[in-house]
Write a protein that binds this ligand. Structure first.
Ligand code: N01
Length: 587
C-alpha cells in the first residue's frame, strides 16, 4: 500500500538525553502541548512520524478532504492575536488550508526546533527506580523524560483490512488516511473504493470526476447531510472577530464544544407538518447542525425514526435508479454512526460510469492481480482506494509498546477496552498523559477545544507538581473504575450506544465492544476536570522522589491555564432530569 514517502532526516540519534517531557505527535495536540510546556520552562522533545506538523490534516490529503466543523470554530482559541490575524476563506476549511494554519502556528511560535519529524516512537517504558520514562524510536533515539505525553490522535491508526490476495494485486492501493503527498491521478483508470464513511463520501465525487469507471463497495450505507459550503462571508467573520472570546465561550457551553442553533423541543410533540418544516429548515442550514432540529433525536427511537425517514426521502429524491437508492438508504439510527457531511455524494450514482456494489451480506472475497471479487463476481480495476477508516481511539496507542509499573503493557491493560480516569491518564502508568484519550469527549466534541482544554489542564497539573516538588502522579483505581462506569452509564442514555460504529470499536473484527468517548457533554466534562484540579487533584496520588505520598502536598493547585475553561453548562445531559427527558443534541 502506498503512503507518505518522506526521507528520513540525516540527524544523529539522541541517546541518554534527559528531557522534562516527551510528546508523541505533532498534530494540533502535540503542538499546543509543546507551546505550553515551554512557557513553564520545561525542556521538551516532540517525536512525530510524519514529515511535518498537522497530524490528521497532514495525513488525510485525499481529494475532497475538509472539516465539517465551521472553520471559525475549528481553530485554537488560546491567542486573541492568532484568532484575529488568521483568515479562513471558506465556511468549512479544506484540508490544505487547515494544514497551512497548522504550519502558520508552528512558524509563529517557532515550534519546529523541538520536533523531530519522520520519527516513529516504538516503545515507552516507565523506570520505577528513576521514575522516568524511557522513550525509544525507530531512528535509534533513546531518551528519558519525567513526563510522557501522548498526542497521537483519535483517528490516526489506519484500518487496512487484510483481504486475501491483496499482495497479488498489480495496481496501486491508497488508504484515505495515508494519502500520497503528490496526489493521485485517476484519469482514465478503473477505480474501486472500499467503504462509505465520511472519507469515502467526501472523496468519491472527486475520484468520479477523473476515473474512467468507479465501483464503490458498500458494507453499510450512511446518512449524509449536505454541507452547503460557501466562501467565507466577510460580515460573518467580522461579527465573530469583533468579540471572538464571547463566541468561543458560547461554543464551550454546548455539549459539542461548538455553537449552532438547535431546538430543544421533542420531535414527537410536533405535528408531521411542523416536523417537515423544521427538517426542511435544518436541512437548508446543512451539516452536523441538522441533528439540532429537535432535542430528542438521539435519545428516542420514535423521534429518530422521523428524521431518518426524512433523510432517506432526500436520498431517493436525488438518486435516479430506485434499486441503487434502496441500497444507499440506511435503515439504522440516524446519527448513530458519526454523521457524514457531503457535497454531491448521492448525485454521483446518477453518472453512468459509477456503480455501487453491496457487500453487506457477503464480504469482499479476495483481491486478484487485476481486481477484486465480491458476491462471486470479479471487478477488474486498475487502482483501489481503502476508505476503510481507523482503529479509533486506541489504535495509535496499540502501535507503541507502552510499559508501565510492574512491566504491564498498556495493550494488556486495555485488552477488554480502554480504562482511564477522565481520559487523561490510567492507573499503572505514572506521569503518562493522554490528550483527548478514551473516556473524554474528544471525537464527540469539537476536537481543537477538546485538545486545548486537556493541554491546559495538564499544564496546570505539571506546574503544580513542580511547585510542590512532586515526582509522580497517577490516578487511583477506585476513581478510574468509577469514571469508566460513569462513561458507560451515560452512554446508555444515547441511542448511539446501540449500533455498530467505530465509537464502540465495532468497525474492526476482534476489537472489544465498549463506548469509548465520553458522551455526557463537553462543559459537564470540563467542569468535572476543573473540580478535580481544585479539589487538590482528587483521585490522583502524588508522590515525591522518595516515593512518599501526601508530604507537603496539601496545597490547592493554581489554575492559571484552566481558568479560561470555567464554563456555564448550557445543557446538562447527565442530570437526572435530562436523563429522564433524554433531550440533548449531541453530534
Ligand atoms: O472511516 P469510517 P472514515 N469491507 O470508519 C467500511 C472522521 N472524519 O475514514 O460501516 C468493506 O467512518 C466501513 O463499513 P462499516 C469522522 O469522525 C471526519 O470514513 O464498518 N467495507 C465504512 O463504510 C469519521 O467518522 C471528516 O460496515 C469496510 C468505511 O469502510 C471518521 O473520521 C472526514 C471494511 C469506513 O468508514 C472515520 O471516517 C473524514 C471491509 N472489510 C473523516 N472495513 C470530516 O471532518 C471497513 N469498511 C468531514
Amino acid at each position: 500500500m502506498t503512503g507518505d514517502t518522506q526521507t528520513r532526516p540525516s540527524r544523529h540519534p539522541e541517546t541518554e538525553i534527559a528531557y522534562d517531557a516527551v510528546i508523541v505527535g505533532a498534530g494540533f495536540a502535540g503542538m499546543y502541548m509543546l507551546h505550553c510546556l515551554r512557557q513553564l520552562g520545561l525542556s521538551v522533545r516532540v517525536f512525530e512520524v510524519g514529515g511535518g506538523v498537522g497530524g490528521t490534516w497532514y495525513w488525510n490529503r485525499y481529494p475532497g478532504a475538509r472539516c465539517d466543523v465551521e472553520s471559525m470554530q475549528y481553530s485554537y482559541s488560546f491567542s486573541e492575536e492568532l484568532d484575529q490575524e488568521w483568515r479562513w476563506t471558506e465556511k468549512y476549511a479544506p484540508q490544505a488550508e487547515i494544514l497551512s494554519y497548522a504550519n502558520h502556528v508552528a512558524d509563529r511560535y517557532d515550534l519546529r526546533r523541538d520536533i523531530h519529524f519522520n520519527t516513529n516512537v516504538t516503545k515507552a517504558t516507565f523506570n520505577e527506580d528513576t521514575k522516568r520514562w524511557v522513550i525509544e524510536t525507530d531512528h535509534g533515539d533513546r531518551v528519558n523524560a519525567q513526563f510522557c505525553i501522548m498526542a497521537v490522535g483519535c483517528l490516526s491508526a489506519a484500518n487496512k483490512p487484510p483481504f486475501d490476495g491483496l499482495e497479488s494485486f498489480k495496481g496501486p492501493v491508497h488508504h484515505t488516511g495515508e494519502w500520497p503527498h503528490d496526489g493521485v491521478d485517476f484519469t482514465g483508470l478503473d477505480v474501486a473504493v472500499i467503504g462509505t464513511g465520511s472519507s469515502a463520501i467526501q472523496s468519491i465525487p472527486f475520484i468520479a470526476q477523473q476515473a474512467k469507471s468507479l465501483t464503490v463497495f458498500q458494507r453499510t450505507p450512511n446518512y449524509a447531510v449536505p454541507a452547503w459550503n460557501e466562501k467565507m462571508d466577510p460580515a460573518y467573520e467580522r461579527a465573530i472577530k469583533d468579540d471572538y472570546p464571547a463566541f468561543r465561550a458560547k461554543a464551550r457551553a454546548r455539549p459539542t464544544g461548538f455553537y449552532f442553533p438547535f431546538n430543544m423541543e421533542s420531535a414527537l410533540d410536533a405535528t408531521p407538518e411542523e416536523r417537515e418544516q423544521q427538517y426542511d429548515e435544518a436541512w437548508a442550514r446543512g451539516g452536523l447542525p441538522f441533528l439540532g432540529a429537535y432535542g430528542d433525536l438521539l435519545f428516542e427511537k420514535d423521534a429518530n425514526d422521523t428524521i431518518a425517514k426524512f433523510a432517506r426521502a432526500k436520498i431517493r429524491a436525488v438518486v435516479d435508479d430506485p434499486a441503487t437508492a434502496d441500497l444507499l438508504c440506511p435503515d439504522n439510527i440516524f446519527g448513530c454512526k458519526r454523521l457524514c457531511v457531503d457535497t454531491g455524494y448521492f448525485e454521483v450514482y446518477n453518472q453512468p460510469h459509477v456503480k455501487l456494489v453491496d457487500v453487506s451480506q457477503n464480504p469482499i472475497e479476495r483481491f486478484t492481480e487485476t481486481g477484486l471479487v465480491a458476491n462471486g463476481v470479479e471487478y477488474k480495476v486498475d487502482a483501489a482506494v481503502f476508505a476503510t477508516g481507523f482503529a479509533a481511539m486506541t489504535g495509535s496507542f496499540d502501535k507503541i509498546t507502552i510499559i508501565g509499573r510492574h512491566g504491564q503493557t498498556l495493550r494488556e491493560k486495555w485488552r477488554a477496552g480502554p480504562r482511564t480516569y477522565l481520559g487523561l491518564s490510567t492507573v499503572g502508568f505514572p506521569n503518562f498523559f493522554m490528550i483527548t484519550g478514551p473516556g473524554s469527549p474528544s471525537v464527540l466534541a469539537n476536537m481543537i477545544p477538546s485538545i486545548e482544554q486537556h493541554v491546559d489542564w495538564m499544564t496546570d497539573c505539571i506546574s503544580h507538581m513542580r511547585d510542590i516538588g512532586a515526582a509522580t502522579i497517577e490516578p487511583e483505581l477506585k476513581f478510574e473504575d468509577d469514571w469508566v462506569e460513569h462513561v458507560n452509564d451515560v452512554a446508555q442514555v444515547s441511542l448511539r450506544s446501540t449500533c455498530s460504529s467505530w465509537y464502540v470499536g465495532a468497525n474492526i473484527p476482534g476489537r472489544p465492544r465498549i463506548f469509548m468517548p465520553y458522551i455526557g457533554g463537553f462543559p459537564i466534562y470540563v467542569n468535572k476536570c476543573n473540580e478535580v484540579m481544585t479539589n487538590n487533584l482528587e483521585g490522583f496520588t502524588l508522590k515525591d522522589a522518595q516515593n512518599n505520598d501526601g508530604v507537603n502536598f496539601d496545597v490547592t493547585p493554581r489554575t492559571r491555564w484552566t481558568e479560561r475553561w470555567r464554563v456555564p453548562v448550557d445543557i446538562n445531559i447527565i442530570s437526572p432530569a435530562t436523563i429522564a427527558a433524554k433531550r440533548v443534541p449531541v453530534v
